[in-house]
Each structure stands twice: as structure tokens, then as C-alpha cells.
Design a protein around this ligand. Structure first.
Ligand code: E4P
Length: 216
């Protein structure tokens, strides 16, 4: 299972990359807007300099022609840029066009399985089901991952399932069990993935016992 960080914060990206297990980065307009004083494309370039795996940069346009114009600008930033497109009629057409040219796309804001089926048919590199936002709306985000996995496996679609909008460790475990290819998570969840109170108390006890047995 690949691990991406879901942020536009350079310090967090560097910290996650230093762990040695980071495979990529996802951003969105809201995440880049949170980084005060940065220019949209400049920040994507800075991220691509830190992480060599796929870095998703999202278009702002909602219409096909505008999406393609933005995609041209995005792919010039770095070879590892993935063009992130909304899963709409125009987004699907743009996905088909760009995929046909060998340009990688990440189809975002997916909330039901047929959106995932359509973007796979259009050749998407990544599909992003938003599980946390579904749970927020009293639906079942993990169930969506299971359904997309089953559809993709049945028909042999190569599009990678990227579980997005992950809020906590339980989401991560359930995504891994559901066969998600990738999970994109905030830094808080990356840190939480390594934590267990019994690990901390275990280390403390080992050190206490060691010091007692081997003083000085
Ligand atoms: C994914 O690519 C999105 O940036 C992200 O996971 C959205 O998550 P949110 O629901 O926490 O905003």
C-alpha cells in the first residue's frame, strides 16, 4: 500500500519524506490556500523538488477547455506532476484526453462507485474516493472503497484506488483491509500510525530494567 501525504505544507512534507516511506503528495486548492503568501504553481514546484513520486496539482477550471489549458501549465512544473481533475462531465472528458496523451490524472471528489467506474474507463491514473466526507454525511466511506476495489478487480481496471479524506487510524486500517492501493493522509495521521501507548510503556520498562541490572 502506497502512502501519500495530503498537505501543501513544505515542513510537513519534508518531515514525512524523512521517514523514508513516503510515496507521493496530494494537494488541493484549499490546502495550498492555507499556506499564506505562496503562489499556487510555485508551491507545487517546491513540493516536486522534495518528493519524486506523484504530486497531485488540482485544476481550478470547471470547464473542459480551461482544464486542458491548466493541465498544460501543470505538467510543465515537473515530470512527477499528476493533473487532478474534478469528477464531472468536463473532468471525465479532460481525463480521457490527457490519459490518451500519456499524462497522469487523479480524479477527485469521488463519492459513489459509478464515478470510479467512469474515470477508470477514461484511463485515470488515480481515483480519489473521499471517505471522511462520506462518513461526515452519515454514509459509509469504507464501503465505497470495497465497492470500487471489487469493480476494478472484476474488470481488470489499472486505475489506482487512492483513499482520500482520511481522518484517523481506523480509516487507515480499514482502507488497507479493503485493498486500497494508496492512502493520502494528513501529517497527524502519519504520526498516529506509529503510536501505541504500550510501545511507550514497554520502552520505559526495558530501560528501567537495563539500568537496574547494569548500573553505571
Ligand atoms: C485528497 O486528495 C484531498 O486533498 C483530501 O483528502 C480532502 O480531505 P478533507 O476531506 O480532509 O478535506
Amino acid at each position: 500500500m502506497e502512502l501519500y501525504i495530503d498537505t501543501a505544507n513544505l515542513d510537513e512534507i519534508k518531515e514525512a519524506a524523512a521517514l523514508g516511506v513516503l510515496d507521493g503528495v496530494t494537494t488541493n486548492p484549499s490546502l495550498i490556500a492555507k499556506e499564506k503568501g505562496v503562489k499556487y504553481h510555485d508551491r507545487l514546484k517546491e513540493i516536486c523538488e522534495v518528493v519524486k513520486g506523484p504530486v497531485s496539482g488540482e485544476v481550478i477550471s470547471t470547464e473542459y477547455a480551461g482544464m486542458l489549458t491548466e493541465a498544460e501549465q501543470l505538467i510543465k512544473i515537473a515530470p512527477n506532476i499528476v493533473v487532478k481533475l474534478p469528477t464531472t462531465v468536463d473532468g471525465l472528458k479532460a481525463c480521457k484526453h490527457l490519459s490518451g496523451r500519456g499524462i497522469k490524472t487523479n480524479m477527485t471528489l469521488v463519492f459513489q462507485p459509478l464515478q470510479a467506474l467512469m474515470v477508470a474507463k477514461a484511463g485515470a491514473f488515480l481515483v480519489s474516493p473521499f471517505i471522511g466526507r462520506l462518513d461526515d454525511a452519515a454514509e459509509d466511506g469504507i464501503e465505497l472503497i470495497h465497492k470500487i476495489r471489487a469493480i476494478y478487480d472484476t474488470y481488470g481496471f489499472k486505475t489506482k484506488v487512492l483513499a482520500a479524506s482520511i481522518r484517523h487510524n481506523k480509516h487507515m486500517v480499514d482502507c488497507a483491509l479493503a485493498g486500497s492501493d494508496v492512502a493520502t493522509v494528513p501529517m497527524s495521521v502519519i504520526k498516529a500510525m506509529l503510536n501505541h501507548p504500550l510501545t511507550d510503556t514497554g520502552i520505559k520498562k526495558f530501560l528501567e530494567d537495563y539500568k537496574k541490572a547494569f548500573p553505571g
